[in-house]
Design a protein around this ligand. Structure first.
Ligand code: A3P
Length: 315
């Protein structure tokens, strides 16, 4: 899963050899870089964009952990920001293009092309990342660009990741016990982890600087999509006029609508080569129940309690 090693620089290879590393669940090797577990390719991408990415004041950065609703938010934000250029009633790009191909992946694109600068993107540029707050390029933090952070309940995130891994790498994951995967998850050892540290960084940042970071959850987005979309639109400075309809965007980007489109059912995404349909599974709240035993659910709950205690953040 995720890229090869053909674009690694010597500098990064040297760095990698000095980092704690483990055989990962889902990936062959993971490296712990400044508190965050990453693959070698994503680490190279992070280093590249830290060096070269220049944020614009008007940029909108979507940040998530993998399997927290990234695909959905890419679609929603794309439709929202471009709603005058691409009216939902028309021949919308989302009907023929997977959301991942419409919104660039910061560290992924910087891995493949260190000099990419997204200059071809119309303003406001919409860019997605899984980078922890403390590792974001300095210009993202310094500029007045906006960060929308979406998190999802840890049990549903884990279960989504579990099935994603089994679908993408059936042979490698076949013999991997779910108990070990839960343990790895709770220790933070998966791409982008640890879950709680990453979520808390963005959570505290959104408390400290609410004009800069908007913290939303998959669950709220699912329960009251229109309300949340309006909140996001206000935050990024393209609020809805009273008479404007939000419901069309909600419908276009719903799980049912996106997952039934031909473009999201067939074929693979360019560059990363992941099957398009791997990003659409169930799209439910509480779906963990069909995969996690009560005792494994308790292990995740207990870690959540320990890590989030006192933060004011609850799932
Ligand atoms: P499940 O595996 O629980 O079904 P990401 O996009 O961050 O990789 O997250 C994938 C998860 O989001 C999957 O969760 C997927 O089904 C769900 N998802 C994808 N599109 C969605 C949509 N339009 N609405 C709600 N959930 C969606």
């Amino acid at each position: 899963v995720y890229y090869g090693d053909e674009y690694l620089t010597q500098e990064t290879r040297d760095l990698l050899s000095s980092l704690p590393s483990e055989k990962g669940w889902l990936v062959s090797q993971m490296y712990q870089f400044e508190g965050s577990w990453q693959t070698q390719a994503l680490l190279q991408g992070i280093v590249n964009c830290q060096k070269h990415f220049e944020a614009n004041e008007s940029d909108v950065i979507l940040s998530t952990l993998p399997k927290s609703g990234t695909t959905w938010l890419k679609a929603l934000l794309f439709a929202l920001i471009n709603r005058h250029k691409f009216p939902v009633s028309g021949n919308h790009p989302l009907l023929v293009t997977n959301p991942h191909s419409l919104v660039p992946f910061l560290e992924g694109d910087y891995y493949v092309s260190p000099d990419v600068n997204f200059s071809e993107l119309p303003s406001p540029r919409l860019i997605q990342t899984h980078i922890p707050y403390h590792l974001l390029p300095v210009s993202v933090k310094r500029s007045s660009c906006k960060i929308v952070y979406c998190c999802r309940s840890p049990k549903d995130t884990f279960v989504s990741l579990w099935h994603f891994g089994r679908k993408l790498a059936p042979e490698e994951t076949a013999g991997y016990p779910i108990e070990t995967a839960v343990e790895a998850f709770c220790q933070g050892k998966f791409i982008g982890g640890p879950f709680w540290d990453l979520v808390l960084e963005y959570w505290y940042e959104s408390r400290k600087n609410p004009d800069k970071v908007l913290f939303i959850t998959y669950e709220e987005l699912k329960k009251q999509t229109e309300v949340e979309i309006k909140r996001i639109a206000e935050f990024i400075g393209c609020g809805f006029a009273a008479e404007e309809e939000v419901s069309e965007i909600v419908k276009l980007c719903s799980f049912e609508s996106l997952s039934s489109l031909e473009v999201n059912r067939q074929g693979k995404l360019p560059i990363i080569g992941i099957e398009s349909n791997a990003f659409f599974r169930k799209g439910e709240i509480g779906g963990w129940r069909d995969t996690l035993s009560e005792s494994l659910a308790e292990v995740i709950d207990k870690t959540t309690e320990e890590k989030l205690g006192g933060s004011g953040l609850k799932f």
